[in-house]
Design a protein around this ligand. Structure first.
Ligand code: MG
Length: 359
């Protein structure tokens, strides 16, 4: 049932993307996975980078070159990859390694180097991978002068999205991935609310631009989303090639893109009739530099123009106090005889400006 609901969500995209050819309800891609006819991303030579990139103060260090204490085998035992000279190396037959801790949304920094001398070709040369939540692979491959299917080259979302460009460094040289990941969201029934998304910089260059995973990444097989926990381990792939990793750290990201709770409490409004609003209309000279603030009425609305600002609606909360419709600012009038304003104070961003009526 879950899968059917998800497919229904995808259906309009599928119809759009597959019009004119046989509908393929399995994938929203413009290409079948691993198609060698897919255009190759342009090759871009990366600039020199200062590596390793030191972690910021709030980073969780997953590998600092000393030991794999933060990692384990799939069965929970100690990770068996070699650790030498400040890096760890995928050791053939020792299996994928998994972080002991689990993570959801993150900014992940990884440095890696493909084996030198380069051996093998295509997917057999310097193959490994960074698996976000153990399910979504950002491909690691020696893609320096090594052709393969574009959705399987370095920095591809494996089997889904080729990188925008190929910025691979030669084998043996350290290169960086900076991965910005938002996990998929599921509702309590397991229905997909939002797909996972990823942005990737390879050697400082944008290669994945907020693309949406359409399911788990996999070789050959299309695997639609299945609900999974909000936090899962990161894993690194043992694909039988001695790929090296160092300086792995991440920053956990908050659920929403700004800190703290939302604050859109609506202050009670009052209604002022047009003839009441007209009392505020006029020009006001603002201290300290003499800017002219104009207040005028359009229909039922009182509007302001602060110097050269656009029209800004003033929402009445009392006969003295107004707020700006979209901005955290207030206008408080100093009322004289017959409730005619003499001046007002604009409170904005911690500053106060007093404007005195001139006409
Ligand atoms: Mg791989």
């Amino acid at each position: 049932m879950r899968k059917h609901k998800f497919l229904l969500l995808l259906l309009p995209a599928c119809i759009f993307l597959t019009s004119g050819r046989q509908a393929n309800a399995q994938t929203p891609s413009r290409w079948k996975a691993h198609d060698m006819n897919r255009p190759r991303p342009p090759v871009v030579k990366p600039a020199a980078q200062a590596l390793p990139v030191p972690p910021p103060a709030d980073a969780i260090i997953l590998f600092d070159g000393k030991d794999l204490s933060q990692w384990r085998r799939q069965d929970g035992g100690p990770a068996k990859w070699a650790v030498v000279n400040g890096y760890t190396e995928s050791t053939k037959g020792s299996g994928y390694i998994y972080t002991r801790r689990t993570f959801g949304d993150m900014q992940l920094h990884v440095e890696w180097a493909a084996p030198l001398p380069a051996e093998g070709k295509g997917q057999g040369r310097g193959n490994s991978g960074v698996y976000l939540m153990g399910l979504y692979e950002i491909q690691v491959l020696d893609s320096y002068d090594n052709d393969t299917y574009p959705d399987g080259q370095a920095a591809a979302v494996y089997g889904q999205y080729p990188p925008l460009v190929n910025v691979c460094r030669p084998p043996g040289e350290w290169q960086s991935y900076d991965i910005f990941f938002r996990r998929p969201r599921f509702n309590p029934d397991g229905l997909l609310l939002e797909p996972g998304r990823v942005t990737v910089l390879h050697n400082g260059v944008l290669v994945q631009d907020n693309v949406k995973f359409w399911g788990f990444t996999n070789w050959l097989q299309h695997i639609p989303y299945e609900a999974h926990p909000d936090r899962l381990p990161i894993s690194l792939q043992d694909h039988g090639n001695p790929v090296r990793y160092r300086n792995i750290w991440l920053r956990e990201l908050p659920e929403q893109s700004e800190p703290g709770p939302a604050n859109l409490k609506e202050e009670p409004m009052i209604v002022l009739q047009p003839q009441e609003l007209d009392r505020y209309v006029g020009k006001y000279r603002a201290a300290p530099n003499g800017d002219i603030f104009a207040i005028y009425r359009e229909g039922q609305k009182l509007l302001a123009n602060f110097s050269n600002s656009a029209k800004i609606e003033l929402v009445p909360h009392s006969t003295r106090r107004f707020s700006l419709r979209w901005t955290a600012a207030t206008v408080t009038f100093d009322l004289g005889a017959n409730d005619i304003p003499k001046s007002f104070t604009l409170d904005i961003g911690g500053d106060q400006r007093v404007a005195t009526k001139v006409e």
